[in-house]
Write a protein that binds this ligand. Sequence first.
Ligand SMILES: [Mg+2]
Length: 217
Amino acid sequence: MVGTTSILRPKGLDLSFDVDSVTADTSSSILRIINASRGTSYTMENIDSWNWFADTSKDHSLKFSSVYIAAWEDYKSMKPLVSQGELQELSLAYNFHFVTEMLPGARRYLKEFLGMNFPDLHAELIFRESGSGKLNLQFGLYVDDNPSLAEQIEKDGGKTLFLVRGSSPETKYKYNEHIRESERVIHVADTHAAVQRLMALARTSEENAQTKTRNAK
Ligand SMILES: [Mg+2]
């Protein structure tokens, strides 16, 4: 079977693939650090808003930036939420990019994390300033867990987001629970499910293209 992978590629379709809590289990690492330093026992169920850290840490000296960077510094303990094989499949079917708004201090650890977990994957890494907006990239497809990105995509149109929501009570991303599903914002339980939906979409696009070609003859 020659060319079975190349025929899946919907030409020019750029895919933005988020890092924190989509590629890597950043949330669990952050919770581990907070709990160890404060003697708390927070779980994912407690993270009920995007600004949860700021809202709960008013009386504490712990800074989000230091906790976040400490979590990434310990990248060897950070769990990948997707396999190399899955990302390789995606990068054959799409113009695959990791796109992240992570703090600059953590970036070099991300490179180590990617090299350690996905050594054979060749993917572009795009760093955006926090709040500068992934939408400005003019990509067509997004995999992300950020509720405000979901709200923007719902309003702006022309783009599709696969919103990762967490697959079990222990891993639920409560901070994006309020986002409704629509044609533009598609709910997926976890990153594996996002990969499956994207691969199914790539096959459908290819079949449609082949039908069009046949009908035009
Ligand atoms: Mg994220």
